[in-house]
Design a binder for this molecule. Structure first.
Ligand code: E4P
Length: 223
């Protein structure tokens, strides 16, 4: 199991990657659109690559297969040892995934997956990762658990090379549900990562232990 950060902010990625629990980053056009100052996409992605050791996903936005492949090849050229190309699972997207993987040996994340069938098709097209949109599936009142369980069964029984990446995670409970259902990876925002790693009970216990330690020293019990 692994945790990726769903984030476009190199400073947050750098801060959290020091914890030793983050092994990749996903970005998408929505995260990019939240920026408030002008930026250069290539420089930003290069900074993100420097902040994490592991895959960094950059999403294509073109709608025809040839244009998706051209856009993805350009992104990939920025850092072939880390960049993975995210491709939404449209009809052109499946075709582009097959071309990236088979013709250009470029690893892909099939993204915006809302059903088992879309994930399975993307796996057959050769995607390295299947981004199942946990939160959006919940909002659409469909079952991400069922999709992930079925995908995991297919991956194991057919020895498919891909990993399930649970995305669109709205809170720590979604991350835990997705990993329990069989996702190999969850990608989470910095806020969700922090709430996964912290607990008020832990803080309270640590404060009490610190106080116990101080008292023991004051009473001269320890040398
Ligand atoms: C990550 O790979 C996805 O693009 C992201 O988790 C989608 O999240 P959203 O549903 O909040 O847009």
């Amino acid at each position: 199991m692994s945790i990726f950060l769903d984030c476009f902010d190199p400073a947050a990625i750098e801060r959290l990657s020091h914890l030793g629990v983050v092994s990749g980053v996903t970005t998408n056009p929505n995260l990019i659109s939240r920026e408030t100052e002008p930026f250069n996409l290539r420089e930003r992605i290069e900074k993100i690559c420097a902040a994490v050791s592991g895959p960094v996903a950059v999403e294509t936005t073109a709608s025809e297969a040839a244009a998706i492949v051209a856009q993805g090849r350009e992104f990939y050229s920025w850092n072939p040892s880390q960049i993975v190309i995210k491709v939404p699972v449209s009809m052109a997207g499946y075709e582009a995934i097959a071309q990236f993987e088979r013709k250009h040996s470029i690893p892909t994340i099939a993204t915006c997956i809302m059903t088992f069938a879309q994930g399975y098709a993307a796996a057959l097209a050769g995607a390295h990762y299947l981004a199942v949109f946990w939160g959006r599936m919940r909002e659409a009142v469909s079952s991400p658990e069922e999709a992930v369980i079925l995908l995991r069964e297919r991956i194991e029984s057919e020895k498919l090379r891909c990993s399930i990446l649970a995305a669109s995670i709205r809170g720590p409970h979604h991350a835990v549900e997705a990993l329990s259902a069989g996702a190999h990876i969850v990608t989470v925002s910095p806020q969700v990562l922090e709430s996964l790693l912290k607990h008020p009970g832990t803080d309270e216990t640590v404060a009490r232990f610190a106080e116990d330690w101080r008292c023991a020293r004051e009473r001269g019990l320890m040398s």
